[in-house]
Write a protein that binds this ligand. Structure first.
Ligand SMILES: [Zn+2]
Ligand SMILES: [Zn+2]
Length: 165
């Protein structure tokens, strides 16, 4: 058995459009490599920090990802059982390098939320003016009937010309 512990820059963006570990960000990997009959069984943990945008208020969201992964790398000449095995986490091992990238990418992607939020109860943005409601929870707008607001605008334009009845 061999253990590998390594931190390397992410070779590519790991994640989704909404949230991802940026390319070049530190990815820490602890992997155990065990020889099995037809290949190498790899298991371990990966940790990295994903950066994204809150799905409600568009604020930056930073999320520590810490997850496990495992997979089987089969020698090219290893006998394949049947078609069903294709769906499992089975990869090919060329005898020289174990390409953990796909396994790690899948593990990280699985761990990321579909809609990241800066806070679980992020109130989002005001639908009137776009202000962050978290900054100003009591934020309200006077709801003026549009017909009256036209009159108000007239009055504001020239308050001296108010007719006296
Ligand atoms: Zn938010
Ligand atoms: Zn507002």
């Amino acid at each position: 058995m061999r253990e590998v512990s390594e931190t390397f820059p992410a070779p590519e963006v790991l994640g989704t459009d909404m949230i991802a570990v940026p390319q070049g960000a530190d990815v820490s990997l602890d992997a155990r490599l065990e020889s099995v009959q037809d290949g190498i069984w790899v298991s371990g943990t990966v940790s990295a920090q994903a950066v994204g945008e809150c799905g409600r208020c568009l604020d930056e969201v930073r999320l520590d990802v810490d997850t496990t992964f495992n997979g089987l790398f089969l020698f090219p000449d290893a006998p394949r059982e049947d078609e069903e095995d294709e769906s499992e986490d089975v990869h090919e091992f060329d005898g020289e390098t174990l390409d953990l990238e796909e396994i790690v990418r899948d593990a990280v992607a699985e761990e990321l939320p579909f809609t990241p939020l800066c806070e679980p109860d992020c109130p989002g943005l005001c639908d009137q003016c776009g202000a962050r409601l978290a900054d100003d929870p009591d934020h309200t707008h006077e709801m003026i009937d549009p017909r009256w607001s036209a009159l108000e605008a007239l009055a504001a334009d020239d308050p001296t010309e108010k007719k006296e009845s």
